[in-house]
Design a protein around this ligand. Structure first.
Ligand code: G6P
Ligand code: MN
Length: 470
């Protein structure tokens, strides 16, 4: 997309823009631009001084106040950086999309209040309310998909050459919804598999950049089956060593015995499946659910950062450190896993986003674990099902590499959850409540059709974004 020559771009009103090459104007639009993690992305952009780098960032949000607060943080970050990307803000979606080279979509339909409601209603029914897993993930998906589809349609019309990078959770489902309008121009990302591969490499004493992580599944539902260094699979060495297994996050979460039984290391989100009872109980007993905690924490941050007298970046840093330290705290508690390791607190999602953009913009070939259409990668799924898998990325986009099939129990879970996602997509497309009920009822972590009906009632009662279900 970003070729070296001058082009006249009609979508920018006939304005002459230079794409690629020296002095090129590369524009990144961030939807959910008032979101808390935008400074992570901007921080990564500030460290990129190479050719083809992003020169302009357009923040779009439906909430002016949040845009103002985040723009203040970005201004603090840019202080003293001579080539800092220029930042502008807007609440006009079409204006934000027109002329974009890259669109990051990181929206939260219904806000953190919505996330807290997703959790509360599920937990009251005795099932999991996590934002991406189980009933909570379905509720969140049901209200996010229609908005994501509207965005995808607008991108197809206003910025047909743009690459859309979707961070919006539930990321696999939302990416699949958008791919129906954008094809392979939308790519989903998540930092969990990258973090997992990095941790495994670290405990094995390998350089993560030189290790090949054999990982596949759906977003928040994948397994590392091998870690290859110089062509040799080092994972068996890890699985055979209880001390090594106890020395990193997923080892402590799942326990050495279970990892040995599996012969693989699951994504941390599989803790909600393999230890469902314990996690549901821990979340029920928690003083505040994750969503409620973040809702209150973030409200304080936006008040502080919106006050011109408060140093915005310092307020953001403090808030981020607290958010990172408390991530999955209930899961770690039920597993007796203790605190997170220092090295795991710095996230990494912005690094995945930047690496992906660079590979596309500069045709710098790289391998990243991404959420893309299956093609023929997993034979149990159809071609258009979005999966999470290592991909070769270049100027033509992300190409999934071929991987070994998953073991039967993993294939079973992947197919069951994909069937649920498809019901969510059908419900969003048709507005049919019956499909929504079916989505909840078919989920492996929802144990009764009656519970599914009550969940739909409970969610439609609190979420205006679900009024379309009839
Ligand atoms: C991980 C997940 C993301 C999630 C993030 C923040 O990185 O992969 O999908 O958005 O954690 O979780 P939090 O509970 O802090 O919102
Ligand atoms: Mn994720």
């Amino acid at each position: 997309m970003i070729e070296g020559s001058d082009v006249v771009d009609d979508r920018t009103g006939g304005r002459r823009r230079r794409r690629g090459g020296k002095g090129a104007d590369v524009r990144l639009t961030i939807l959910g631009g008032g979101g808390f993690r935008v400074p992570l992305v901007y921080g990564a952009l500030l460290g990129d001084h190479g050719e083809g780098r992003v020169t302009r960032v357009v923040l779009h949000d439906v909430d002016d106040r949040r845009l103002y607060a985040v723009a203040r943080v970005l201004a603090d970050q840019a202080a003293g950086v001579p080539d800092a990307p220029e930042v502008s803000t807007t609440t006009d979606l079409d204006e934000a999309l027109r002329g974009a080279d890259f669109v990051f979509s990181a929206i939260r339909v219904g806000g953190l209040e919505g996330r807290a409601n997703d959790e509360r209603i599920a937990l009251a029914e005795g099932v999991l309310g996590q934002e991406t897993v189980g009933a909570g993930g379905i509720a969140y998906g049901l209200r996010t998909v229609p908005v994501a589809v509207d965005i995808a349609r607008r991108v197809a019309r206003l910025a047909p050459d743009a690459w859309v990078i979707n961070f919006t959770n539930p990321a696999g489902l939302v990416t699949e919804a958008m791919s129906r309008h954008l094809g392979d121009r939308v790519i989903g990302i998540c930092d969990s598999p990258v973090g997992l591969g990095r941790r495994i490499a670290r405990v094995l004493g390998a350089d993560p950049r030189e290790a090949w992580t054999d990982y596949v599944g759906l977003n928040h539902l994948g397994w590392v089956r091998g870690l290859y260094v110089k062509g040799r699979d080092e994972l068996p060495r890890l699985l055979a060593d209880p001390a090594l297994l106890g020395s990193f996050e997923e080892g402590r979460l799942f326990g050495a015995d279970w990892l040995r039984s599996l012969g693989a290391v699951p994504n941390e989100y599989l803790h909600y499946y393999y230890y469902n009872r314990e996690t549901v109980r821990a979340y029920q007993q928690a003083g505040k659910t994750r969503g409620a905690f973040l809702r209150d924490q973030q409200a304080r941050f936006y008040t502080q950062a919106g006050d011109p007298a408060t140093p915005a970046l310092a307020a953001w840093d403090r808030t981020r450190a607290e958010r990172e330290a408390t991530y999955m705290a209930e899961n770690r508690e039920t597993a007796g896993a203790g605190d997170r390791d220092e090295e795991d607190l710095s996230g990494g999602y912005e690094k995945v986003a930047l690496a992906l953009m660079r590979a596309i913009a500069r045709d710098e070939r790289t391998t990243l674990i991404l959420d893309v259409r299956n093609r023929s990668t997993l034979s149990a799924l159809d071609r258009d099902a979005v999966i999470e898998v290592p991909c070769l990325v270049d100027a033509q986009g992300a190409h999934p590499v071929s991987v070994d099939p998953l073991p039967d129990h993993a294939t079973g879970l992947v197919c069951a959850v994909k069937a649920v996602e498809r019901e969510v997509l059908r419900a969003a497309e048709s507005g049919s409540r019956a499909h929504a009920v079916k989505a909840f009822a078919l989920h492996p972590l929802v144990d009764s059709v009656n519970a599914a009906r009550r969940l739909v009632d409970g969610y439609t009662a609190v979420h205006p974004g679900l009024a379309y279900l009839k």
